[in-house]
Design a binder for this molecule. Structure first.
Ligand code: NAP
Length: 677
């Protein structure tokens, strides 16, 4: 047998090809990757990683190199909110944001660091199988033609796979019937929305922390078949047709058209040639499943090829690649088809949507679908999955290190793993919270803290929208989710207006109007001698501090689920006399009564209602810049300092969590011992 140029030629240096190349190198195989593009793509494309993929990356020590990626929020099934954190027992249950460009860079560094050879600008033009090898013909960037002989070739070259075509793989399925347009835009001020339905189509918009808005639009009457890169004018026209909004003035950074074709290679192996990723299956790129499925294909195949090449396994190990991965792919294509119908079907699908929504109210149904999307369901019931290691059978390649050495179980990697989990999987993941008065002070710290625990937070304020935006930006910077909500309290119609806006925003983001946590924090102080207080000022204090919380809670009863949380911010001044603040203290006394009586009223629904009483807390007002004043105020606390807003926020977060389930109707003193005398 003639000497081979390499053991495996991988065609395509996208994430799938690079993961495969790294695994092959880890298993001791020689690898050459041929990529048509001369430079890595800068397109944003897929950006979501699922639990199974995260486990695979973790097993290869790569999660840390990704950042680690921020939690991307709950997810959906065909546009119906579905929290992937419910997928089951994985430290990475949930979905994780990682732009494809970043994933590619990390995988490229890793694979080349392990010794994989990546040749860019090489277009594969021919493929011939011989009994003992396969020859690949390619054209180099110089125009030079070259021939590489290898033991195996794997096509990771995407939807339009040259390998698939040249090796004559059958690729049955259905062609496109629906087209969607996607664009990344700068300089446009669009409302965020999630699969918003209109009479003529469906629209999606999401502004990222970098100010770039990704839109996606489908017009029911649009026939597929246009160019893959539509013009901006075309996207603008379709967006206007569906939403009635004009995108004029926006700068398009990326434009793309995609469709719902559904095809899958009849066999993933043909002699010495294999397919993985989009080369093996094309599908609507919804919810990031295409990339995840592809990476999981690669992770399965790498260990098998390496074991075979090292003489540690027979041919049958290569055949079981198809036996394992084809049914998994077919199952994913099926769920994507179902999602496409839910997402982009017209009014004829309304009944199905309603039933699905109802079904997704059942925890077991949510878990089932979340596990399916996350790749944690073992690929469904069909395939037999012998639990043996990669050398003798497919096993669970995710945690089976390619090459057989346990390089991934190092304590360092584990430590990183658990830290990651603690930092990103919060106690309030999947919950929604309204924190009134969270543009500044204690409310802001509370909003940030709740978002850090995973809650989606409505950052409310009276009028200071810029400050509310700052709170939201601080939350988003940490990878959390929040939105601003401006509505003055203590004026006629206040609660109505607040809920109008709140429910609209929640519906867009979660598809529902549930408020799991209500924090009545907004408040104003008095600061006048008892003799000087006017009836108007008295009424104002009561309107904002007592009446508004009452009617906010009354209105929120429609939105609070069983097991919800209400936290009312009271004050230490309900326990210590300060004549300057008599009316203010009276309002806070009223708040404590709100707590007491509603706690009893809502007990049967498992909703807890508690008060938190801060002492003097530095809320950033100028008096806290005065050293002498601060020293005087600090002397009230047994700890000798004034409170930090985070001291109070941490107490609120505890009361918002399940840890406080046995506490209701309480007043929690959060004054640093000020009341101890
Ligand atoms: P802050 O810094 O003064 O901020 C007040 C927040 O409430 C702001 O977000 C403000 O929105 C909002 N707000 C005020 N009036 C409103 C109205 N009419 N309608 C809607 N929103 C309104 O507050 P803080 O010092 O952090 O206090 C927060 C809570 O803790 C209050 O209930 C307060 O009584 C209580 N508390 C504070 C201390 C303390 O020492 N800081 C001590 C005990 C209790 P805008 O930004 O739009 O004005």
């Amino acid at each position: 047998m003639a000497a081979l140029d390499t053991d495996v030629v991988v065609v395509g240096a996208g994430p799938v090809g690079l993961l495969l190349a790294g695994d092959l190198r880890s298993g001791g195989a020689r690898v050459t990757v041929l990529e048509r593009l001369t430079e890595p793509t800068t397109e944003s494309r897929a950006s979501i990683l699922h639990a199974r993929t995260m486990e695979l990356l973790h097993a290869r020590g790569l999660v840390g190199r990704l950042g680690p990626p921020p939690d991307a929020g709950p997810g959906h099934f065909g546009g119906i909110p579905l929290d992937l954190a419910e997928a089951g027992d994985s430290p990475y249950a949930g979905q994780w944001k990682a732009p494809q460009t970043l994933v590619e860079t990390v995988l490229a560094d890793w694979a080349t660091g392990l010794g994989a050879e990546v040749r860019r600008g090489h277009t594969v033009t021919g493929l011939t199988q011989e009994p003992d090898r396969v020859d690949v013909l390619a054209v180099a960037p110089t125009g030079e033609r070259l021939r590489l002989s290898a033991a195996y070739v794997v096509g990771c070259d995407g939807e339009e796979s040259a390998v698939r075509r040249l090796a004559g793989f059958a690729f049955p399925g259905t062609g496109p019937t629906r087209e969607l347009l996607r664009a990344d835009l700068r300089g446009v001020d669009l409302r965020d929305r999630r699969f918003e339905r209109h009479p003529d189509g469906v629209a999606n918009a999401r502004r990222g922390p970098d100010g770039v808005t990704r839109i996606m639009v489908h017009a029911f009457d649009r026939v597929p078949g246009g160019p893959k890169t539509p013009s901006f004018e075309e996207v603008r026209a379709v967006w206007a047709h569906v939403t009635g909004e004009d995108l004029g003035g926006a700068e398009p950074l990326w434009l793309n058209a995609f469709h719902n074709a559904r095809r899958q290679a009849a066999c993933y192996r043909s002699g010495r040639v294999f397919l993985a990723g989009d080369a093996a299956h094309v599908q609507l790129p919804v919810g990031g499943q295409a990339l995840n499925l592809g990476l999981q294909d690669a992770a399965d195949l790498g260990g098998r090829l390496a074991a075979r090449l090292a003489g540690r396994a027979g041919e049958e190990l290569l055949d079981t690649y198809h036996a394992v991965r084809h049914p998994v792919g077919s199952r994913v294509l099926g769920n994507i088809e179902a999602q496409a119908q839910l997402l982009f079907g017209g009014p004829e699908m309304d009944g199905v949507r309603t039933v699905f929504r109802e079904l997704l109210g059942i925890a077991a149904a949510r878990r089932h679908l979340a596990a399916m999307i996350s790749g944690l369901d073992g690929g469904g019931p069909a395939p037999t999955r012998p639990g043996a290691p990669a050398v003798t059978g497919p096993g669970t390649p995710a945690m089976t290190p390619p090459g057989g050495t346990d390089v991934h179980g190092a304590p360092g990697t584990n430590r990183q793993h658990t830290t990651h989990r603690r930092n990103t999987m919060g106690k309030l993941t999947g919950k929604t919270a309204l924190v009134t008065g969270s543009s500044r002070g204690i409310g802001r710290a509370t909003a940030i803290r709740l978002a850090r625990e995973g809650a989606l937070v409505a950052v409310h304020c009276a009028s200071n929208g810029a400050a509310a935006d700052e709170t939201v930006a601080a939350i988003e910077k940490e990878g959390g989710r929040a939105f601003p909500l401006v509505a003055e309290l203590g004026v006629p119609g206040d609660v109505h207006e607040l809920f109008l806006k709140l429910e609209r925003e929640l519906k867009e983001r979660t598809g529902a109007t549930t408020v799991d946590i209500l924090v009545n924090n907004a408040g104003v102080m008095g600061g006048v001698a008892p003799e000087d207080l006017t009836p108007e000022a008295f009424d104002r204090l009561f309107a904002v501090n007592a009446k508004a919380p009452y009617f906010l809670l009354q209105r929120a009863l429609r939105n609070l689920p069983d097991g919800g949380r209400v936290i009312n911010i009271s004050s230490g001044l309900t326990r210590v006399a300060n004549p300057q603040e008599v009316a203010y203290a009276m309002t806070k006394g009223a708040i404590d009564q709100l707590t007491l009586h509603f706690a009893k009223h809502l007990g049967p629904r498992g909703i807890t209602v508690n008060s938190v009483g801060p002492g003097i807390t530095d809320n950033g007002t100028p008096v806290f810049d005065d050293k002498d004043a601060v020293a005087a105020m600090a002397s009230f606390s047994v700890f000798g300092r004034v409170g930090d807003t985070r001291d109070v926020a941490d107490v609120v977060a505890f009361l918002a969590s399940d840890d406080s389930r046995w506490i209701t109707g309480s007043y929690l003193d959060a004054s640093g011992g000020t009341l101890l005398g």
